[in-house]
Design a protein around this ligand. Sequence first.
Ligand SMILES: Nc1nc2c(ncn2[C@@H]2O[C@H](COP(=O)(O)OP(=O)(O)OP(=O)(O)O)[C@@H](O)[C@H]2O)c(=O)[nH]1
Ligand SMILES: [Mg+2]
Length: 489
Amino acid sequence: MIPLAERLEVLCQTARPSLPLEAANEIDAALERLRGPLRLAVAGRVKAGKSTLLNALLGERLAPTDAGERTRFVTWYEHGPGYQVFAEREDGELLPLRFERNDDELVINESELPDTGILRLIVRWPTARLRRFTLIDTPGLGSASPARRAAAAGLLAAGQGGLRAADAVVYLMQHAHRSDVAFLEAFRDPSLVDASPVNALALLSRADEIGGGRPDAMESGLRIAERYRMDPALKGLVGTVLPVCGLLAESAVTLREEEYELLVRLSLADPEADQALLSADRFRSWDASPVLPASLDLLLDRFGMFGLRYALRAIAGGEVNTSLDLARLLLEVSGLPALDRALELQFGSRASRLISYSVLRDVTSIANRIAADSEAGRDLLYALEELASSSHEVDELRVLHLAVTGENGFTAQETAEVERLASGGDAHERLGTGGPGGEDTRRLAIYRAAAWRARVGDPLHDPIQDYSCEVLTRSYEAIAAEAAGRAST
Ligand SMILES: Nc1nc2c(ncn2[C@@H]2O[C@H](COP(=O)(O)OP(=O)(O)OP(=O)(O)O)[C@@H](O)[C@H]2O)c(=O)[nH]1
Ligand SMILES: [Mg+2]
């Protein structure tokens, strides 16, 4: 089966010479994305902890964070060979911006930029993480500033010229406010997988603050996230819900030796430390503390009350003996490793499909715009619509969506089977067998195809169930055909 990305490129290249130049250039830019990494947006309400989490994912403090409303512009963190920062104006011009590193933090000179007329900031950085994902930070939804509100909503919904900018989204929620769900609904495309469990996941953010930062805050976070996972409203919108403490994750991945030493000194001040840790105010005004007041402020900013209590207990109890030990422990409790695994499973493994699909949508939207005035545009639009309806990769994503949302009534085991099939892996990965196995692969695929085919036309089925069974039959038939082809060469 020819991959969707390839068919899309051939189709666009064929149409290109007859298209208006501007549209042809836009299409070229959209196709360029097929060769780049997945674009993952971090979204959520103001102060949900988006930029802090993004830094944790990056392993560096590049995104500005603050207790007050901070992120002004949609900001793209892309992999680059060197260090560069630009502002992209709405007319497409790139303005280089000055920046510096201050105490490990990236400080961009953005104060002179106007609130309007700037499409986004682009930070190019040689961070390994960005090879896999381009990360997009967004101003808070519900921001007091209309320009920031529009920027955040525009990125995730229609965006410039109807293009969606992100291939996948991580949505941070502190609580499941009604407006959170309404927001997710707003950028869900019922006809396909747009903001569906296939390309969105939700985080219960700042989970350490649950119950005032008690020692069991993260366990409570796990339980609440589990409840959200079962919530019918969220189930149809996001693949999973995980608790995360971005602050601890960020501190863990950027922990400095001096910070560890300050914590060790505090841990020796028992029992005063226990008293000081009763509240943030007490901690800040801890007169007889063994460290300077400015250091207390710094530690509180970096770790929060839960993190301080957790770290001091671990140090005092001899559980950790080095800054590296502490970083590992904080990272584990922050929930970041679980998030990393979910990102890989949900987005990483099917990145090429998610990208191809969102490029297909972008190009279709360009063709749609020019169709009224250009015959070649109209022809391209028809060809793209035909491609969307005949692409097996798109069909598999659709079935995945139907399975994960429970709309086709699949069991958990069948849903896991669809998840495997819709991954971008090898035949044996898609079949769930241990390794490449020539004849075995073919036989197993034929057997599974037959099992799904037998279910097509079941009188108790609705059309969605029949469609799902047909698509899976074709998936296995294609795997069998490919295995047969390999065996005969
Ligand atoms: N306790 C705790 N505080 C956090 C956490 N994540 C972020 N914060 C703090 O919350 C404040 C806001 O964090 P940001 O990362 O700037 O939040 P944001 O969502 O990017 O905010 P805007 O860009 O203004 O919408 C900062 O003071 C962070 O230190 C967390 O997991 N736990
Ligand atoms: Mg921010």
